[in-house]
Write a protein that binds this ligand. Structure first.
Ligand code: F6P
Length: 341
């Protein structure tokens, strides 16, 4: 078969491991020809391809980013976009497409599958907010980076008797903040799912100072105060309509410094959470997703996504996975609230 592969949305540690697994099994076991599309859906729209043979995937397992490049291009936001996608696939004789992406990239895949394209999706996002899978690769790596940062900030914060606010990624879901906050022993964890009360955050920080230690506040970039008073975005939107976030950490630190009468500093981890080599867990999950995807294509599947349920790789409907985001349930946050507010 001639199978197309693309990576869309934010890059994520493990994307290259998926590509390698698809190519290795596709060529080694099925005699497939693999075609890479550059920069997500842009490459499909423009027919911009790269040949993916065995030599092209050598050494890819530990490499961060994506050798195919990525973009947030949305064919459905462009005049004649879906028609151009279909024309490229027809012209290049692509029998099936394996898009690797999050809610946006796989949302496009869902619609293309409905239009008759043979599609098997692979879930990725460091935010871990894609539904119908227990975990996405990239999340474990991001949590590892954020946890190491929190560990380091404890010692410098305590030395200077100041509050340290750590802003982590998480537009709609607070999974990175919750897991890194738990793993790193943060004193306050603020997530988008639960608007926070500034008075309570101040009280937690003061309490921590009283016990002789400095507070660590972990905040998702998408968290908001209950009074909604902070300006968090520069107003820019991407092709899927998402505003660009950032700034909550600095805004929080300014309020905390004033109200606790102690110095407060903000650290924004940003793209450090996404770049670099994937953790062993993410390499294994990404590899298993890639193997599962190529097998699904050869089983004649379409309109599905590979997913992790427990320890098994399963197949779920793409429409099920992209219907809604997987947010942190209130009871999961409450479970750890004894450690933070
Ligand atoms: O979608 C994943 C994510 O990590 C979000 O948490 C974050 O808002 C976004 O990517 C930022 O990505 P970029 O800087 O590439 O727009």
């Amino acid at each position: 078969m001639r199978i197309g592969i693309l990576t869309g949305g934010g890059d994520c540690p493990g994307l290259n491991a998926v590509i390698r697994a698809i190519v290795r099994k596709g060529i080694g076991e099925h005699g497939d020809e693999l075609v890479g599309f550059r920069d997500g859906w842009r490459g499909v729209l423009e027919g911009d391809t790269v040949r993916l043979d065995l030599a092209a995937v050598r050494g890819l397992l530990p490499r961060g980013g994506t050798v195919l490049g990525t973009s947030r291009t949305n064919p459905y936001a462009l005049d004649g976009g879906p028609e151009r996608v279909l024309a490229t696939l027809e012209r290049l004789g692509i029998d099936a497409l394996i898009p690797i992406g999050g809610e946006d990239t796989l949302g496009v895949a869902t619609r293309l599958a409905e239009a008759g394209v043979r599609v098997v999706g692979v879930p990725k996002t460091i935010d871990n907010d894609l539904d119908a899978t227990d975990y996405t690769f990239g999340f474990d790596t991001a949590v590892g980076v954020a946890t190491e940062a929190i560990d380091r900030l404890h010692t410098t914060g305590d030395s200077h008797h100041r509050t340290l606010v750590v802003e982590v990624m998480g537009r709609h879901a607070g999974w990175i903040a919750l897991h890194a906050g738990m793993a790193g022993g943060a004193n306050v964890v603020l997530i988008p799912e639960k608007p926070f009360d500034m008075d309570a955050v101040v009280a937690h920080c003061l309490h921590r100072f009283e016990s002789g230690f400095s507070p660590i506040v972990v905040v998702s970039e998408g968290a908001t105060p209950t009074d909604g008073g902070m300006v968090l975005s520069d107003g820019e939107k991407d092709a899927f309509g998402h505003v660009r976030l950032g700034g909550i950490g600095a805004a929080l630190a300014a309020v905390l410094e004033e109200r606790t009468n102690r110095e407060a500093r903000a650290v924004v981890l940003g793209h450090i959470q996404r770049g670099g080599t994937p953790s062993p867990f993410d390499r294994v999950l990404a590899t298993r997703f890639g193997l599962g995807a190529i097998d699904a294509v050869h089983d004649g599947e379409s309109g599905i996504m590979v997913a992790l349920r427990g320890t098994d790789i399963v197949r779920v409907r793409l429409s099920e996975a992209t219907a809604q985001l997987k947010l942190v349930p209130p009871e999961r946050y409450a479970e750890a609230e004894v450690f933070f507010g």
